[in-house]
Design a protein around this ligand. Structure first.
Ligand SMILES: [Zn+2]
Ligand SMILES: [Zn+2]
Length: 273
C-alpha cells in the first residue's frame, strides 16, 4: 500500500516546533503526499516546571484556522491540507478540551497522553519518582491512558499509545507489549466500544526504535478485538521529518494485512473500506 496522508504534523503553532507551515506543505508535495493534516499541540494546564520559556503548549485557534485556510487556498490544486489538533488529555481538563473541540470545525482530533500525575515521562523526574523502574513507569502510563479515555470522548484516534518506551531510563529493559496485556486490552476494548481508532506514529522509528508506536502486536490486537480504523502520522516537528519512514511502515502494514490508513475530513473518514 501507499500511505497517502500524514495525519500528525506540528508547526510553529506548537511550543516545541519552529517550522513554518508553508515548509511542511512544500515538503508534503515533494514527498508526493495527497493529504497533510496539521495537529498542533493543545496541552492545557501543562506543569510550569517543564516550560523552558514563557511559551505554553497552547495556541491561538482563530489564527491557526486563518493561516491553514489561506494555505488550503494557495495549494488547492497541489495537496489537501486539513485542520487537526493533538490534545494532551488529563482528567482535570476534559471540559476545556470538550469546549475547544465543539467550538471549532476541526477535521481531525488526536487525543494523546503526555502527562501522568502531572509528570512528563519525557523528563527524568518522572522516572526518578518511581525509582527509575521502567516496568512500573510503563504500566502507570497505560493505566492513565485508560482513565483519560474513560473521561474524554471527543476525539478520532488515540495517539502514540506506547511512546513512553522511548524514554525508559534502563537501556537493558526489553519492552514486550504482552507484559502489559491486561492494561493494553482494557484500553483497546474501551476505544473500540467508543468507536475510536488508534494512531500509528512513525516517530518511534525516528527515535531509533525498531517499531512505530504502538508496537505491531498492539495494532494486531486492536483489530483482532474488533477495532475498525487507524491513521498514520509522522509526528514531524521539522519539515525534514514529514512522512518519516512511510515507505518502510507501508511494508509493515501490508505484512500485518491491514487495510489502508484512514483519512479524515470534517471528523469523518473519507476513504471508507
Ligand atoms: Zn504527542
Ligand atoms: Zn505530536
Amino acid at each position: 500500500m501507499k500511505i497517502l496522508g500524514d495525519y500528525h504534523v506540528h508547526s510553529a503553532f506548537s511550543a516545541d516546533s519552529s517550522e513554518a507551515m508553508e515548509r511542511m506543505v512544500e515538503q508534503g508535495m515533494q514527498l508526493g503526499l495527497q493529504h497533510i493534516c496539521f495537529t498542533d499541540h493543545m496541552d492545557y494546564d501543562f506543569p510550569a516546571q517543564y516550560l523552558e520559556t514563557e511559551k505554553k503548549f497552547e495556541f491561538d485557534v482563530d489564527v491557526y484556522f486563518d493561516q491553514i485556510k489561506k494555505l488550503q487556498n494557495t495549494y488547492k490544486s497541489d495537496i489537501q491540507i486539513h485542520i487537526g489538533v493533538e490534545l494532551g488529555v488529563k482528567p482535570n481538563i476534559v471540559s476545556q478540551l470538550e469546549k475547544l473541540v465543539t467550538s471549532y470545525p476541526f477535521d481531525f482530533v488526536i487525543a494523546s497522553s503526555h502527562l501522568l500525575d502531572n509528570y512528563d515521562p519525557y523528563f527524568p523526574d518522572y522516572w526518578a519518582h518511581i525509582n527509575n523502574h521502567s516496568e512500573t513507569g510503563i504500566r502507570a502510563y497505560f493505566q492513565s491512558i485508560y482513565e483519560n479515555i474513560q473521561a474524554f470522548d471527543n476525539f478520532d484516534v488515540y495517539g502514540h499509545l506506547d511512546y513512553i518506551v522511548r524514554y525508559i531510563p534502563d537501556p537493558l529493559f526489553a519492552y514486550h507489549p504482552e507484559q502489559f496485556q491486561e492494561e493494553i486490552d482494557r484500553i483497546l476494548k474501551l476505544l473500540i466500544k467508543k468507536g475510536k481508532g488508534i494512531e500509528i506514529n512513525t516517530a518511534g522509528l525516528k527515535y531509533g526504535l525498531p517499531f512505530a508506536h504502538p508496537k505491531e502486536e498492539i495494532v494486531t490486537r486492536f483489530f483482532d478485538l474488533g477495532g475498525s480504523y487507524y491513521t498514520v502520522g509522522s509526528d514531524a516537528h521539522k519539515a525534514e521529518h514529514l512522512g518519516y519512514a512511510f515507505a518502510e511502515e507501508a511494508i509493515t502494514l501490508d505484512k500485518l494485512g491491514l487495510p489502508a490508513p484512514s483519512l479524515f475530513v470534517a471528523r469523518s473518514i473519507i476513504n471508507k473500506w
